[in-house]
Design a protein around this ligand. Structure first.
Ligand SMILES: [Zn+2]
Length: 509
């Protein structure tokens, strides 16, 4: 039924919506109720958003006041883990319900392995109207693989500034020159010195088109891949204006780039934490240190926190639109991230072999249709659990290939089979078609976390691990590998057995 709505029809609808010509919410609600039990599902991902820096999870800065307010009506998962430590593996885990050692989208820009192109959440909810959007090219590479099961795969350019190629249209015959000069024009505004290359024409063009916008972004315009500029509020506005009018039931996966670097909040959030009393905990340099100084890390952390404050404002606006349009009454809304971000031990961002808590512990909130009370879940949960949970909640069979469990309170993870379920895996230097031989694995069980490294130059290519009691020592400062050797050995064994299992059938051919 709804599957037959094509992209042009959708854009027409979306266009009407943005002009305010939408069906009134009251009429819409009746329509939804007639659809029966099939509730909509909307997953909202903000890229590289660690739970560590979110006030709701105990951070020392008030980075997400809206999320704290909205959490009172959500199921809040307090110990939730991403599948990987950067976009490709983390997102592929969200979309396929399998860990990186299974889906093998482990390299920067990687894809899921052959045979998994028809194993994703888009396939599970195959009777839904499915749409997807991401600013992030790495996510779009994954969408490309699943595109046959996405009714409306909104191209990333749609929500880039000038994404409809204003510049290209103006300079059809001289595309490259136009694009390069255009980028330079914007960069100059951000403080880069390209004045030698500037012509009066571009200067004038830029001032006409972005002069006003640039003033709203004191650290520069948010961008992706250097020259793709975007505004988060514009992206949020697009879905605020169109979502109530989508065919029902719908499944949407929206993956916005903020607070991923470069950290470029709007003016009202910029500077919010520059001179506060917050003092980040200093941690000793790691074996995988990038030798960033504590001063650099503290400064970067402040910019990141300001970008989170911006994200919080925009998520609040999206939520408000879902509520006022009545969509919220019929929709499961999931708020999460693909991985975290690190500002400690001499390491910045998430391009690292390590899997410390800030890089893998991410937020997860589930808003149940029509429910206005909240609850807290403290069990360890994983990104792999989302797919089986959403399948279960929407009355779809849980596919045999899904590795996770149905999340509490909807399912029971106390089942002993699901005890050893929480892993995060990083193997970005490993060839996906080879056995995993250069790999980091974090395994969480009870109060313990084992950080396991295999095959890196830094550790003389052997095995290396650290054990933390993350309940008593959430900052991972006291390595217990020597004082609790049995626990460390037992958990290392679980990881070795898992690696043997997932390497089966792979060879160096
Ligand atoms: Zn990411």
């Amino acid at each position: 039924m709804n599957r037959n709505i094509n992209r042009r029809d959708f854009l027409k609808l979306a266009g009407l919506a943005s002009l305010g010509m939408i069906i009134p919410p009251s009429v819409q609600n009746i329509g939804n109720r007639l659809q029966g039990e099939k509730k909509n599902v909307l997953i909202v991902v903000f890229d590289a958003l660690t739970a560590y820096n979110i006030s709701l999870y105990g951070y020392g800065r008030e980075t997400m006041p809206n999320l704290s307010r909205l959490a009172k009506r959500a199921t809040v998962f307090h110990n939730h883990y991403a599948g990987g430590n950067f976009t490709t593996p983390g997102t592929a885990t969200l979309l396929t319900g399998t860990l990186p050692w299974t889906h093998r989208a482990i390299r920067l820009g990687g894809m899921v392995k052959k045979g998994m192109e028809n194993k994703s959440i888009f396939h599970v909810l195959d009777d839904y109207y499915r749409f997807s959007y991401s600013h992030n090219t790495l996510v779009n590479i994954l969408f490309d693989q699943f595109a046959a099961s996405i009714n409306d795969y909104i191209p990333k350019q749609k929500l880039f500034l000038f994404g409809d190629s204003l510049v290209r249209n103006l300079f059809k015959n001289d595309e490259d020159t136009a694009t390069v000069a255009w980028s330079r024009a914007i960069k100059q505004t951000e403080g880069f010195s390209y004045s030698l290359f500037m012509t009066g024409f571009y200067q004038k063009y830029r001032d006409q088109k972005v002069g006003g916008i640039v003033k709203d972004y004191p650290y520069g315009l948010p961008n992706m891949n250097i020259d793709n500029y975007y505004l988060l509020d514009q992206g949020i506005d697009y879905f605020r204006g169109s979502i109530a009018d989508l065919p029902k039931p719908f499944f949407g996966y929206l993956h916005f780039l903020p607070p991923h670097s470069p950290y470029r909040p709007r003016a009202e959030f910029a500077g919010a934490f520059q001179h506060d009393a917050f003092k980040p905990l200093e941690k000793p340099d790691d074996i995988f240190t990038d030798q960033k100084t504590p001063e650099f890390l503290a400064r970067s952390r402040s910019y990141y926190d300001e970008f989170i404050l911006n994200v919080d404002h925009e998520f609040g606006r999206l939520f408000e639109a879902l509520e006022s349009s009545g969509v919220l009454d019929d929709t499961w809304v999931v708020f999460t991230s693909d991985h975290g971000e690190l500002f400690e031990r001499g390491i910045w961002m998430h391009s690292t072999p390590t899997l410390y808590q800030p890089i893998i512990r991410v937020p997860l909130l589930i808003f149940e249709p029509g429910v206005t009370t909240g609850r807290d879940v403290y069990d360890h949960t994983s990104a792999v659990d989302l797919l089986p949970t959403l399948a279960h909640l929407t009355g779809h069979p849980i596919p045999a290939w899904a590795e996770g469990a149905i999340l509490p309170p909807y399912g029971d993870i106390a089942n002993p089979n699901q005890q050893d379920r929480i892993f995060a895996v990083q193997a970005k230097f490993n060839e996906p078609t080879y056995p995993l031989a250069e790999v980091s694995v974090a395994h969480i069980r009870d109060n313990y976390k084992l950080l396991y490294y295999l095959g890196y130059d830094e550790i003389m290519e052997g095995e290396y691990f650290r054990l933390y009691d993350i309940k008593a020592d959430p900052n991972e400062l006291n390595d217990l590998a020597q004082t609790k050797p049995e626990t460390a050995a037992e958990m290392a064994d679980i990881i070795r057995r898992k690696l043997d299992q997932v390497n089966e059938g792979y060879s160096y051919q």
